[in-house]
Write a protein that binds this ligand. Structure first.
Ligand code: FMN
Length: 230
């Protein structure tokens, strides 16, 4: 291990276990960029860490890090529940540790809807976590229509978006390596794709999922809890 190299912990937090995830893709991209800049990387998969009971080892790595990068999907307009728990446990674990550093923190959030700004609240939660832990929150990358990255990243219409995304990920790497003090605004990445067509395709996905599970289209509109409201 190169003692002078910056230590980065990449924290992938998609609850998806076996399926490919957009967060996984973004974490891989970040890891590749960081390797070319000779940063030392430790990767955490939050779901595996919790299930396999290896949070303590992961928390130790986080305490030693120069930078933490949280990569996750938006769930119900905020963080996935397992990431909230992970952050709370880490806070309790590291609270009284004298060896804590002034770690830099970044958030990379992707959501299903096309509007990147929907991710703002989730970025704010990571910022608030950073303030509570006396870390240095730097900035977030907010990605709308994240699902398209998995299926269509090579398509010609995605070229501009992929360049913008690549540049924003490079900005994280630059920030970790060079430690500038100036404040950086959150970055929004929006897919260059017709919104109505995107929603149409999204709905098709729900219909085929229903069929796969032995349901019909009308079953998607059922309100099973409605009769318990009084
Ligand atoms: C339980 C759940 C809640 C979600 N909530 C939102 C939401 O509030 N807003 C949104 O735009 N997308 C929402 N999504 C969509 C995901 O953010 C989107 O599919 C994302 O690309 C998944 O990223 P991943 O592959 O990294 O897990 C939700 C998905 C799930 C499964």
């Amino acid at each position: 291990m190169n003692q002078d190299a910056k230590q980065v912990v990449l924290i992938k937090s998609s609850p998806k276990m076996t399926e490919e995830s957009t967060s996984g893709l973004l974490t891989d991209k970040l890891e590749n960029l960081m390797k070319t800049e000779r940063l030392e990387i430790y990767r955490i998969n939050v779901r595996k860490s919790l299930i396999q009971g290896k949070t303590e080892a992961d928390f130790e790595a986080m305490l030693k890090a120069d930078a933490l990068v949280f990569v996750f999907p938006l769930y119900v307009f905020c963080l996935p529940g397992m990431l909230m728990r992970f952050l709370q446990d880490y806070y309790a674990f590291g609270l009284n540790r004298p060896d804590r550093k002034k770690t830099r923190v970044y958030a990379v959030v992707n959501c299903g809807f096309t509007e990147a700004g929907i991710n703002q609240e989730a970025v704010r939660v990571i910022k608030s976590f950073s303030q509570k832990t006396n870390y240095d929150f730097r900035f977030g990358i907010m990605i709308g229509g994240g699902g398209l990255l998995l299926g269509a990243q090579e398509a010609p219409f995605m070229k501009k978006t992929m360049t913008e995304l690549g540049n924003s990920l490079k900005q994280i790497v630059y920030d970790i390596k060079n430690c500038p003090d100036d404040r950086v605004e959150n970055i929004s990445i929006t897919m260059n794709f017709p919104r109505r067509l995107y929603h149409f395709m999204g709905n098709r996905g729900w219909f085929s999922m229903a069929k796969k599970n032995g349901l019909q289209k009308k079953d998607l509109y059922r309100k099973p809890y409605e009769r318990y409201t009084d």
